[in-house]
Design a protein around this ligand. Structure first.
Ligand SMILES: *Cc1c(COP(=O)(O)O)cnc(C)c1O
Length: 366
């Protein structure tokens, strides 16, 4: 049996009629840039998240950088985030001109440890940027309390958490602005790169609309130094179709996670993700820990099963971040996670048989 880490072809196969219709509608009208489906999707996704405004951009990485810029965060400013994340979280801070300040994670949740934040706040700190890693919402109550106490902005990296909730509120609605990626493999994925910033702040939304479109309020008038970073209508049309399936897909992911939990729960040498109550986890990834995860990955691969490491080298130890001068050992929980995590196949359409097969391979590996 072959089990991929994610299976985009199977998703397409099941809703291809709806998706083909959406693509055809855009192509036949020649309606490619701004307006139309982009505006509709922005308002539908913002409403889904529980906020007023959505601004579609060309990637999650752009969303993060532009959100920071829209709040005038730049040179001389510090932004607190984690090192156990996809590199773009940190790179966006640097692109905006600010300095990333990286703190350790809570090893149980893989998310920012709120107890580590206050010690690194300085007079230059402008924002906290929590990441809802793997689809699990960070401890936003604690993050918000710290931000309020110190007068800081909060910007969510929700690139892995479409639809996740904390006490009824969706990821994206618990901060000044939140950034999403619609990279094809995310829980809500386009037919290429796309992203969005969602916010309740009308002025920030307006600034983002200028930034993504050459800083242009009206034709040939450039009020801001902008970019060309719009979300294409083709992606918006595809995402409108897929948004209607997102809750069902997330429920299927939670079902798959529960089955892994059941089948692997008794194994001493495997540490499973700690499952929070309710809908606060949307399992973008199902990440276990194993002391010999490299060998386990090879064993799985030899038997037709793909797995992944998210992420094997923490951002602070990447060659491009040498200049941060953060040595081995400074973020112990982050570094331990990097060397033990293994992501098992998970996607809405994964079958019971596939999960049982993956689990049996893990049990026989020991
Ligand atoms: C995917 C991702 C990003 C970047 O999104 P892109 O659309 O690939 O640019 C940023 N942060 C996290 C946590 C991500 O998973």
């Amino acid at each position: 049996m072959n089990v991929p880490l994610v299976d985009l072809q199977e998703q397409y196969r099941r809703i291809s009629a709806q998706l083909d219709e959406a693509v055809h509608r855009i192509v036949s009208k020649g309606d490619f840039i701004l307006g139309g489906d982009l505006e509709s999707f922005e308002s539908e996704f913002a409403t889904y998240c529980g906020v007023h405004y959505g601004v579609g951009v060309d990637s999650g990485a752009s969303a993060l950088e532009m959100a920071l810029r829209a709040f005038d965060i730049g040179r001389g400013d510090e932004v607190i985030t984690v090192s156990h994340t996809f590199v773009a979280t940190v790179s966006a801070i640097v692109w905006a001109g600010a300095s990333p300040v990286l703190v350790d994670i809570d090893p149980k949740t893989f998310n920012i440890d709120p107890d580590k934040i206050e010690a690194v706040i300085t007079q230059h700190t402008k924002a906290i940027l929590p990441v809802h890693l793997y689809g699990r919402v960070a401890d936003m109550h604690a993050v918000q309390a710290i931000a309020k106490k110190h007068g800081l902005l909060v910007i969510e990296d929700a690139c892995q958490a479409h639809g996740a909730r904390l006490d009824g509120r969706r990821a994206g609605s618990m901060s000044n602005a939140a950034c999403f990626s619609f990279y094809p493999g995310k829980n809500l994925g386009a037919f290429g790169d796309a992203g969005m910033v969602v916010t309740d702040d009308a002025a920030v939304a307006e600034k983002l609309r200028l930034l993504r479109n050459y800083g242009q309020k009206r034709k040939n008038r450039h009020d801001l130094l902008g970019y060309n970073r719009r979300m294409d209508n083709l992606h918006a049309a595809v995402l409108r179709v897929k948004l209607r399936h997102l809750d069902e897909w997330n429920e299927q992911r939670r079902g798959a996670a529960r089955l892994y939990d059941e089948l692997l729960g008794a194994l001493e040498w495997v540490q499973l993700p700690v499952a929070p109550e309710g809908e606060s986890h949307v399992y973008h990834l199902y990440v276990a820990r194993h002391p010999r995860r490299d060998e386990l990955a090879i064993h799985l691969q030899n038997n037709g099963v793909s797995s992944g490491f998210h992420y094997p080298i923490p951002v602070h130890l990447q060659p491009c971040y040498d200049w941060l001068e953060m040595r081995h050992g400074v973020l112990p929980h982050t570094e331990r996670a990097a060397s033990t995590v293994i992501s098992l196949p998970i996607f809405p359409e994964i079958s019971k048989e596939q999960i049982e097969y993956v689990s049996s391979l893990i049990m026989e590996f020991g």
